[in-house]
Design a protein around this ligand. Structure first.
Ligand code: 6LW
Length: 516
């Protein structure tokens, strides 16, 4: 059997994996989105159920405002040591300053609300990783364009040994994303260089002494798709792990382009690749150092496990439906910065669905509007919702948006203008804003809004009866890409309510499906 990359499509960057027995756990960065740091579990490496997030309570962390796509949680690493799972991460503040490295821990990631409050670390820079050996908790990170190593007290987060720079890579920009492994009496330090764009690459060095000197592999970079015709671009930020049968694999990030020069709108996605790691030798990643789209599936699968996973928790299957009737929000949903004021109402209630209340902020403000977002996971997709809305004040608005950040988004909305309610199609690309209004009478039981995506365009339509749709407007996909709108995130499909603070809308359901 073959599998196709990405294994987690849509914005799932900076993947890290750890294994306990036959169970595999994976985490990603999530930047300004809340809950933060999604946690996935698998027993076959190809299907992943989302267990929840490391950051689920606002008291744990304040995700910093001011520079969406570049602030919040960066590059977590997950490791397991003596009965405890650790996820170490950075909360980056405005302008690239870090608000500090921290780790959270749990003994049972399957539990609800599993993860501890953050233990703050004194370390500088970004991209933290743990390596445990006996009673030593080693920490590697990236700061001042170099990789450093220190030792910490895993109870308090305090230094046991202060940072020492151990390698600065092979000359590429932004040496980062370090992970330390020990094999056959060698310490292997694997990092990324070249930036997280088209020049991205993975390099490695090794030493018999954990503090170095580290000697680079002659074959560096050991993974890169730069200057190749490979479909997946930007392969980098990898983490290696051994499976329960003794074979090695890696996860890394990569992007899939939609136009030329290469641009991507799904964010950086999680890829899985085979690793050949022979005794005493450096590891060989992917296909002689290149990441292909298709590989042979791992030799193990666990259909019993898969059958037991609630369908709604299987991530990125290309089919998702939510009528918001369960008390807990599905973990695939994200807010911006912090939870919006919302209620999920059970089917038996008169107004079943998601009640979403405005927080006074518009979609174009960087303070975080009342928004519930689902990652765009496929280039070709359709998303649909039905919304009821009785706007009171001029400017009250609710709708369905395709959203990269507050300055780059397209949406179909219902808006209250001075003397009427209109259907609105808006495109915002930086400071360019285009709006088209169409006068209409919204049926009392709601209007159906639909967004369809292809590699070329996003199309927005509406229906008064839920059957017959009329196109309202279209916008180019190429302008809603990370290359155009920055920085590290990908597109979300969002339900939102904006206007005076008492303004509330009722979303009856949300439907997402891959169409190709
Ligand atoms: C992350 C860095 C990177 O900290 O991008 O691709 C940064 N790698 O390692 C944000 O995800």
């Amino acid at each position: 059997m073959k599998y196709k990359n990405p294994i987690l499509p849509g914005m799932h960057p900076d993947p890290s994996v750890c294994r306990v027995g036959e169970d595999y756990f994976l985490v990603n960065s999530s930047f300004e989105y809340f809950p933060g740091i999604p946690v996935f579990h698998s027993r076959d490496l190809l299907h992943w159920e989302q267990l929840g997030h490391c950051i689920e309570r606002t008291e744990q962390l304040t995700l910093r405002k001011g520079f969406p796509g570049a602030t919040g949680t960066y590059a977590p690493t997950i490791r397991y040591h003596e009965g405890t799972f650790y996820v170490v991460c950075t909360n980056v503040a405005y302008g690239g300053e870090t608000d500090g490295n921290f780790f959270v821990w749990t003994k049972d990631p399957f539990q609800k609300n599993a993860w501890s409050d953050p233990v703050r670390l004194e370390t500088p820079g970004i991209d933290p990783s743990f390596y445990f050996e006996g009673e030593h908790a080693y920490y590697t990170g990236a700061a001042e364009s170099k990789i450093f190593l220190c030792e910490i007290d895993i109870k308090t987060g305090k230094y046991k040994k202060e940072p020492v720079f151990i390698w600065n890579g092979t000359g590429g920009n932004d040496p980062e994303g370090p992970h330390l492994y020990k094999k056959d009496n060698w310490y292997y330090l694997m990092i990324s260089e070249g930036g997280t764009e088209l020049g991205h690459m993975v390099t490695i060095a090794r030493s018999h002494n954990i503090y170095g000197p580290y000697e680079p592999d002659e074959k560096n970079p050991i993974l890169t798709n730069r200057s190749t015709a490979a479909e997946i671009k930007a392969a980098g930020h990898a983490d290696i792990f051994e499976d329960h049968l003794g074979n090695y694999h890696a996860v890394c990030l990569g992007t899939r382009s939609i136009s030329y020069p290469f641009k991507h709108n799904l964010g950086r996605e999680t890829m899985l690749l085979p690793v050949l790691w022979e005794k005493g030798a450096f590891p060989v990643l992917g296909t002689e150092g290149r990441l292909e789209t298709e590989y042979d599936a791992p030799s193990f699968s666990d259909s019993e496990w898969l059958e037991g996973v609630p369908k709604q928790l299987l991530a990125c299957t290309g089919k998702f439906y939510d009528d918001f009737s369960s008390e807990d929000l599905n973990p695939c949903w994200n807010f911006i910065y912090e939870p919006a004021d919302f209620t999920c109402q059970a089917k038996k209630e008169e107004h079943a669905g998601l009640l979403l209340k405005s927080n006074g902020h518009k979609l174009c403000e960087d303070q975080g509007t009342a928004f519930l977002g689902h990652r765009q996971e496929h280039h070709e997709f359709e998303a649909e919702t039905k919304v009821s809305f009785s706007p009171m004040n001029t400017g009250d608005e609710t709708g369905l948006t395709i959203y990269l950040n507050h300055r780059h988004h397209y949406e179909i909305a219902i808006q209250k203008t001075e003397n009427k309610t209109v259907l609105l199609f808006r495109r915002q690309i930086g400071t360019l804003v285009s709006e088209i209004q169409k006068k209409c009478v919204i049926p009392e039981d709601g209007i159906t809004l639909k967004l369809s995506g292809t590699k070329e365009k996003y199309s927005f339509s509406y229906s008064m009866d839920g059957i017959n749709f009329q196109l309202l407007g279209e916008g180019e996909a190429a302008y809603l890409t990370t290359e155009v709108g920055g920085m590290f995130t990908g597109n979300y499909i969002g339900l939102y309510t904006a206007g005076k603070e008492e303004c509330t809308s009722l979303f009856h359901y949300f439907k997402y499906s891959q169409t190709l």
